[in-house]
Design a protein around this ligand. Structure first.
Ligand code: GDG
Length: 461
């Protein structure tokens, strides 16, 4: 079997549990094939020359981890700038938050060229390459320009926006054209494939050849939906662990008389957290029986704090939670528990299992793995109810969740009330179907289907 080479912005040691589901899933194939994982080292060199970076190699079992340092200027324009101030907001439909500063694109191209230049000598002829996410869209085009002929696949973890939104990016044509250097482009949802198709047909004046194959700028590729899943076995093992069981017991004791509503997200503006908290306030206002009885726990783990928009959302959320607790709180009951810290992964399943309602209500999300983790964590005999945004990629698969429009505060509050009132039999029936899908289309299924598609893709001319 050919060696797998994974390229992503960050690299994780697949042997470490803390690395998370994706690392574990990729790690398995990397171990089997004695693979290579290439990315940024996490080190920023102040005052270093641009377009340069020291390469470090480390062995993790059979897997080679190769990482590059970046200088401050490259890091800030490539990572903070173009990736997280242009691509992330625009791809999530937030043109208002995008900053199209002219120096960002130079850094983005420079780092992609640097990655290509440092990676190329490490490659073997029969390797297959799998590039991950929006930081590295032009990597294949850079590699091809340097003579790389190996199969290269790309997976976009975030949504692909509609043609009209995409067109707001000054370099949109260059970005989409770069995608055509890949053999296979994987997207999270069918809707993303539809957006890609519209762009190719209308903007690039290309063709849809059928079977998810597209042609434009004289190049052909396959672009299909490969919805990412979770590692259910790994998650169940965590659930069976002491930390998770203790967490569950503590929450059950603490909330024996109360219903727990739970949100777990990175504190990102795409996750719809303020909208969710407003819907909870409306629930308390419109259904007073929930006062003293329903508590919202919102874990919002810190992320990308050096991007301005993230500081803004933090302030908004703090003031919103403070206002609700001030208006509705009692000496013996606080409606919202807002925690701006990371909760240890080992405790996440126990926390999910103790909740009556899981609130996964992003304004836009590529997939959303928390939705799948919430389903996997439930007791099938007495499961909690998943309230899921129709704008998460996961909504295409998890149809038995209660789907909401997170912009509609009133509608979301009504649906949360429905979730709190749902009879046991209906909860069980919905959960059974959800769990089946989460199990069938898990992260291993995702990895296999993507790599099969890449291996069987026709050779590029
Ligand atoms: C991107 C796309 C796509 C969160 N807070 C804590 C914590 N988490 C864990 C969750 C889950 C993961 O982080 C978050 O995954 P998501 O899928 O929700 O979202 P993104 O980070 O935005 O990921 C997304 C994903 O890529 C995969 O393709 O689904 O659409 O945006 O596993 O449990 N974990 C711990 N403490 C926390 O406080 N331990």
């Amino acid at each position: 079997m050919s060696r797998l080479v994974v390229i992503s912005n960050r690299v994780a040691d697949p042997r470490k549990a803390a690395a998370g589901g994706l690392a574990v899933a990729l790690g398995e194939t990397l171990q089997q094939t004695g693979g290579l994982w290439f990315g940024w080292s996490g080190t920023i060199v102040e005052d270093g020359p641009t377009g340069e970076g020291e390469l470090h190699k480390q062995q993790a079992g059979k897997v080679t981890l190769a990482t590059l340092d970046l200088c401050r200027e490259d890091h800030d324009s490539y990572y903070l700038g173009y990736s997280n101030n242009v691509l992330w907001p625009v791809f999530h439909g937030r043109l208002d938050l995008a900053k199209f500063e002219s120096n960002y694109i130079g850094g983005y191209r420079r780092v992609n060229q640097l990655f290509a230049r440092k990676l190329l000598p490490l490659l073997r002829d029969d390797d297959i390459l799998w590039v991950h996410d929006y930081h590295l869209i032009p990597l294949a085009a850079e590699l091809r320009a340097m003579g790389c002929r190996q199969r290269i696949g790309f997976f976009l973890h975030i949504p692909l926006p509609p043609q009209i939104t995409m067109a707001a990016i000054p370099q949109h044509e260059w970005l989409v054209r770069s995608l055509f250097a890949y053999d296979v482009v994987g997207l999270q949802a069918h809707q993303d494939v539809q957006h890609f198709e519209r762009y190719v047909l209308n903007e690039a004046k290309g063709e849809a050849l059928g079977d998810d194959r597209f042609r434009a700028w004289g190049q052909t590729l396959r672009a299909s939906a490969f919805p990412i899943g979770i590692d259910v076995e790994e998650f169940n093992a965590l659930a069976a662990g002491k930390e998770s069981r203790d967490m569950y017991q503590t929450m059950r004791n603490e909330y024996s008389q109360r219903r727990l509503l739970l949100g777990i997200d990175r504190l990102d503006y795409s996750k719809g957290i303020p909208q969710r908290v407003r819907a909870f306030r409306e629930l308390l206002a419109n259904y007073p029986e929930n006062r003293r009885s329903a508590t919202l726990i919102q874990i919002a783990s810190p992320t990308r704090e050096d991007v301005d928009a993230y500081a803004d959302i933090r302030r908004e959320l703090e003031s919103l939670c403070g206002a609700i607790n001030g208006d509705y709180g009692e000496l013996d009951w606080m409606p919202v528990r807002y925690i701006h810290r990371v909760v240890a992964r080992k405790r996440v399943p126990g926390l999910c299992r103790a909740a009556a309602v899981g609130l996964v209500t992003p304004l836009r999300d590529g997939m959303n793995l928390v939705a799948k983790e919430f389903v996997a964590a439930q007791d099938p005999q007495d499961p909690g109810v998943l309230v899921l945004s129709r704008f998460a990629g996961a909504a295409e698969q998890l149809k038995e969740a209660l789907l909401v429009n997170p912009y509609d505060t009133h509608g979301t509050a009504e649906t949360v009330q429905q979730a709190l009132q749902m009879p046991l039999e209906e909860r069980r029936a919905r959960h059974q179907k959800l769990l089946q899908r989460v199990r069938e289309q898990d992260v291993h299924w995702w990895r296999r289907t993507f790599l099969d598609a890449l291996r069987s893709a026709p050779d590029k001319p």
